[in-house]
Design a binder for this molecule. Structure first.
Ligand code: SF4
Length: 394
């Protein structure tokens, strides 16, 4: 059976950053313990229903603690969640266990503790090396915290580290971005994720821009920064394997995220988490208090796999939906793209037959290309105009 991935959402932060529209909350510290207990229950229920559906423990090869700030949980709380995972699923040898963390929230002891629990990949929200940019974003850490966090993580024996960086900020110059990139490269982590800022409706940053208090980010400058990143990272030995992701060596690619981009199944557990199995998407209830309520005093459930008492929405996917979503996700893989033989074996129709018109049009515009081995992928220009390409497959 194709191994699954698990996404576990931890919706707590010390402070809500000015640009953030994730499902996360500051000042809900009192809910962390009951939330942990609810998450442990949802894991048990999910493992149980998977066992009933497949007559065997579900094989799992990646687990991702995302948020929010998962590093706000104590080692004891994380330990109980990881024990529940081992009891409920068949965690494969070498299973990738990633935890997202904020640099300002860590300590050497905590990192050693994480390693002891089996966490073998850390994703750190560095965002910028520039103190003014971090201030504008209302991030709670500084560059020294990042350097210290990377050092502690390595000392603890976790070498698989990712740094998240963000570009296209108001007032950000190309030179400042270049400096952030070089600082990140100097930390020699095997993985870098680069995101372009999007002003999300309702966030403080979007409101400041709308009211003219902060100048609007410059889209052309952001494109220039992205292009510069592709060049500088290649010069420094990082291979781009996805629109926003680079690895050095290539084997350091994030296996969890590859599961999404390759259209393989995952379970989303925790408040607001999304899941996917062939033919079905699921979404959990959003608010942490409501999530806890749904799982209170529940240790069993009659919901069929992959539903749990926390499931708020489910959407059946037609074969056409699945094909379109597969194209949008797999085309993000800048090197591999979409393999014609893989598409045909999944959907019983070749790429040519399913999308001949769209493919012809996008090739004509120079946004996608065929590789010698029959894979369809973005061109260099297509990487910068990915949304234009993806819209063709909706
Ligand atoms: S730390 Fe991350 S998840 Fe938390 S508020 Fe800031 S951007 Fe959002």
């Amino acid at each position: 059976m194709q191994p699954y991935s698990l996404y576990l959402h931890i919706p707590f932060c010390v402070h809500r950053c000015a640009y953030c529209d994730f499902n996360t909350y500051a000042s809900l510290g009192d809910l962390i313990e009951p939330y942990t207990q609810a998450l442990v229950r949802e894991i048990a229920i999910s493992g149980h229903s998977a066992q009933a559906a497949f007559h065997t423990a579900l094989p799992v090869h990646t687990v991702f603690f995302g948020g929010g700030t998962p590093s706000l949980l104590s080692l004891d709380q994380l330990g109980r969640i990881i024990s529940a995972l081992h009891q409920s699923f068949d965690l494969q040898p070498g299973c990738e266990l990633t935890l997202e963390a904020n640099p300002g929230t860590l300590s050497a002891d905590f990192m050693f503790g994480l390693e002891g629990l089996g966490i073998n990949r850390l994703s750190l929200g560095m965002q910028s090396a520039n103190p003014w940019e971090l201030k504008l974003l209302e991030r709670q850490h500084n560059l020294t915290d990042v350097i210290q966090a990377v050092s502690w993580t390595r000392q603890a024996g976790i070498s698989n580290i990712n740094l998240d960086l963000i570009f296209g900020l108001p007032y950000q110059s190309v030179r400042s971005w270049e400096n952030t990139l070089h600082m990140a490269i100097s930390l020699q982590t095997p993985h870098l994720s680069l995101y372009s800022l999007t002003l999300e409706h309702g966030t403080p940053l979007a409101n400041w821009v709308n009211r003219g208090l902060v100048s609007e980010p410059d889209g052309n400058l952001a494109a220039e920064m992205y292009e510069l990143s592709m060049r500088i990272l290649a010069e420094n030995g990082y291979a781009q394997y996805e629109i926003s992701n680079w690895a050095r060596p290539a084997a350091a690619a994030c296996r969890h995220n590859l599961q999404y981009w390759r259209g393989y199944p995952w379970l989303g557990l925790g408040a607001g988490a999304h899941g996917y199995i062939p033919g079905l998407r699921t979404v959990n209830i959003l608010a942490p208090a409501a999530y806890i309520q749904r799982l209170s005093n529940t240790s069993t459930s009659s919901d069929p796999f992959p539903l749990t008492p926390a499931t708020q929405d489910q959407r059946r996917l037609s074969s056409q939906d699945e094909q379109g979503e597969y194209m949008m996700m797999a085309l993000r893989l800048t090197e591999a793209g979409v393999a014609d033989h893989e598409f045909t074996s999944r959907f019983g129709i070749s790429l040519h037959s399913a999308y001949s018109r769209q493919i012809r049009r996008l090739i004509r515009k120079g946004l996608i290309e065929w590789t010698g081995s029959g894979n369809l992928r973005l061109t260099y220009t297509g990487r910068m105009l990915g949304n234009q390409v993806f819209m063709e497959f909706i």
